[in-house]
Design a protein around this ligand. Structure first.
Ligand SMILES: Nc1ncnc2c1ncn2[C@@H]1O[C@H](COP(=O)(O)OP(=O)(O)O)[C@@H](O)[C@H]1O
Ligand SMILES: [Mg+2]
Length: 272
């Protein structure tokens, strides 16, 4: 049997990805977020059409899917920024779709958010940026805030940058500052929405490592939205794929490669 060079190349690439894959979790742990039968339309645009997803505590779940498939809309539901038309979102033992705003704000503190564009305030120093959630949500004294910020910056690999403006930092450093700000309130869940989109391969790998380190250092549950197949293999314990408004695949990165689902195969060949 002969294979085309393209097919052989593809297979070699898949083999490399498999080697990079992390060992799959041996047994199922506690569920940190459970999305159940979630529907959301904007006018006639039906974006989420019955999403079911379980996010395991302490693990990294990567949500993949084509651009415009509704990944960010799903993330915004999980942190309670959007209300679904139908369905439930359980965070721990509470369905957040049923909560009042004040209760929701309380729950939101358990989430750290890292958006694509680190979204730092350039008019503020790194210290002020990272301290922001502490000033907003706590009554912690100033001196303690300073100590805490320096400690968290240190944990994400940044030393002596407190006095700088974000504009004086490299792209990778800015992402780290964004992460420091996202974890400063000790969240139990961190959501990253396309943290590596638009970055070169080296920086992508650096950010992936940062996500893995954050997982270890802060013992969080990570939900990462991505369309980078390389990142999936570096960081994911589990992968969920969003297609046509539903999750059509959930499994380990290895299982993703083996999946016969045409949409999964298309994704791998397009983005791999
Ligand atoms: N606030 C909104 N109002 C109306 N339509 C929206 C809103 N947010 C997202 N959409 C639409 O929902 C769909 C999914 O968007 P999004 O979740 O941003 O995609 P992805 O993150 O997968 O690229 C798109 O068609 C987008 O135009
Ligand atoms: Mg998006």
């Amino acid at each position: 049997m002969t294979h085309s060079p393209r097919k052989i190349l593809h297979q070699q690439r898949m083999e490399r990805m498999k080697e990079m894959a992390r060992p799959s979790p041996s047994k199922k742990g506690n569920i940190s977020v459970r999305v159940s039968n979630l529907y959301k339309a904007f006018g006639s645009n039906e974006v989420l059409k019955g999403i079911n997803l379980e996010v395991e505590e302490g693990k990294t779940t990567v949500i993949i899917g084509a651009s415009g498939s509704g990944k960010s809309v799903l993330a915004k539901h999980i942190i309670g920024l959007l209300k679904p038309d139908k369905g439930e979102i359980w965070v721990g033992d509470r369905d957040i779709t049923k909560l009042k705003l004040s209760q929701l704000n309380e729950i939101r503190k358990s989430f750290g958010m890292c958006f694509q564009m680190a979204a730092l305030f350039d008019s503020m120093t790194v210290m002020e940026n990272v301290a922001f959630p502490l000033i907003e949500h706590t009554t912690m004294p100033k001196a303690e805030i300073r100590t805490k910020v320096i400690e968290v910056l240190h944990k994400v690999g940044l030393v002596n940058v407190e006095h700088l403006s974000p504009s004086e930092l490299s792209g990778g450093m800015r992402k780290r500052v964004g992460l420091a700000r996202a974890v400063i309130l000790n969240p139990t869940i961190v959501i990253y929405d396309e943290p590596t989109t638009g970055l070169d391969p080296l920086l992508t790998e650096e950010i992936d490592n940062m996500i893995l380190d954050a997982q270890k250092d802060f013992q969080v549950t990570s939900i990462v939205i991505s369309h980078d197949i390389g990142s999936v293999f570096r960081i994911a314990d589990r992968v969920a794929m969003l297609v046509d408004g539903v999750i059509n695949f959930v499994g380990t990165p290895d299982e993703l490669l083996q999946s016969p689902e045409p949409a999964v195969q298309k994704f791998i060949t397009t983005f791999g």
